[in-house]
Ligand binder design. Structure first.
Ligand code: R5P
Length: 314
């Protein structure tokens, strides 16, 4: 295996790319991903990749469009350099929430982005906790959707030995994800059901399940503004929950989200590093980051050896 793999990194999440490369046992391939004076992206791969099994690590997180363009141009550079196979490792797949026509005359941007990646020349996609599993079908190339759940389950079990756990989905859409995690940590499930009875009325949060006296663990794929999370935490505490923490795969954390979470009543928010944590995240009093580098590294090693990736989750 050693020597045949080439792992390249765009600028979106260099620490994660380095940790993945260390797990695989290969140094990152030398590659310049720069900007011209007018901010056009320029890529130069500085090692021979002819005939190699290549992996580009690049999350399409903020600045989403720049990071996406870097990814596309890196694929093009590898294809023109005669790489044998190009796997795009996209730990956080941006635009995933635009996966259907939300109204008349609106785009399906997740499908457009998938088309761009495929048309640029990618042979495979490796990603983590896609917002909706069916987005895999937007790519007409093999797509592996890894689950961060095993890393979360390990952390929850280690840190909550004496807790009276209850796993909570912060909205009805996340029930399948939360139920799977509840099963793995052997805890009951509750659901926050957000409703607006009439247009103009304020949103009511009903809790399905008895959370009184419980140590609640909210589970979701994305935290963006932090609104869903902080409102759910308040609703659970109002119903008598003993504590509320959260495990969320992708820390998008736009605008004032970190400050909002730091000043919320959340005991702790645990994120993964699919998106590079900002300095604000690193110093926040109640945010902690667990890494998915070993998970992605192992998946890359298995793809290279043509071994099963799904059995990582058996
Ligand atoms: C929605 O479907 C997602 O799973 C998250 O719940 C949502 O993106 C969180 O957004 P925010 O943090 O802005 O409430």
């Amino acid at each position: 295996m050693a020597g045949s793999i080439k792992i390249l990194a765009g600028n979106s999440n260099l620490p994660l790319a380095e940790a993945i490369a260390a797990h695989v046992g290969e140094p990152l391939t030398r590659c310049a991903v720069k900007r011209f004076a007018d901010m056009e992206v320029f890529v130069e791969i500085q090692e021979n990749v002819r005939g190699r099994d290549t992996f580009i690590v690049q999350s399409t997180s903020f600045p989403t469009n720049d990071n996406l363009m870097e990814l596309l141009i890196m694929i093009d550079a590898l294809r023109r350099a005669s790489a044998h196979r190009i796997t795009t490792v996209v730990p956080y797949f941006g635009y995933a929430r635009q996966d259907r026509k939300a109204g008349g005359r609106t785009p399906i941007s997740a499908k457009l982005v998938a088309n761009l990646i495929v048309r640029a020349g990618a042979d495979r996609v490796l990603t983590v906790d896609l917002h909706a599993g069916q987005i895999q079908g937007f790519f007409d190339i093999p797509t592996d959707n890894l689950f961060a759940a095993p890393a979360m389950v390990r952390d929850i079990k280690e840190r909550n030995v004496d807790a009276d756990l209850m796993v909570v989905s912060p909205d009805v859409g996340g029930v399948v994800r939360a139920r799977a995690l509840a099963k793995r940590v052997d805890a009951p499930l509750a659901i926050v059901d957000k409703r607006r009875e009439r247009a103009g009325d304020s949103e009511v949060m009903n809790i399905i399940g008895d959370v009184a006296g419980r140590d609640c663990v909210l589970v979701d794929d994305i935290v963006d503004s932090g609104g869903t999370l902080c409102n759910a935490a308040d609703a659970l505490l109002a119903k008598g929950a003993k504590s509320v923490s959260a495990y969320i795969t992708h820390g998008v954390l736009s605008g004032g989200a970190v400050a909002r979470i730091a000043s919320s009543r959340l005991k702790e928010l645990v994120l993964t590093d699919t998106i590079k944590p900002t300095e604000a995240v690193r110093v926040a009093r109640n945010i902690r980051v667990v890494t998915v580098a070993p998970l992605i590294g192992e998946a890359i090693a298995r793809i290279t050896r043509e071994e099963s990736v799904s059995s990582l989750f058996d």
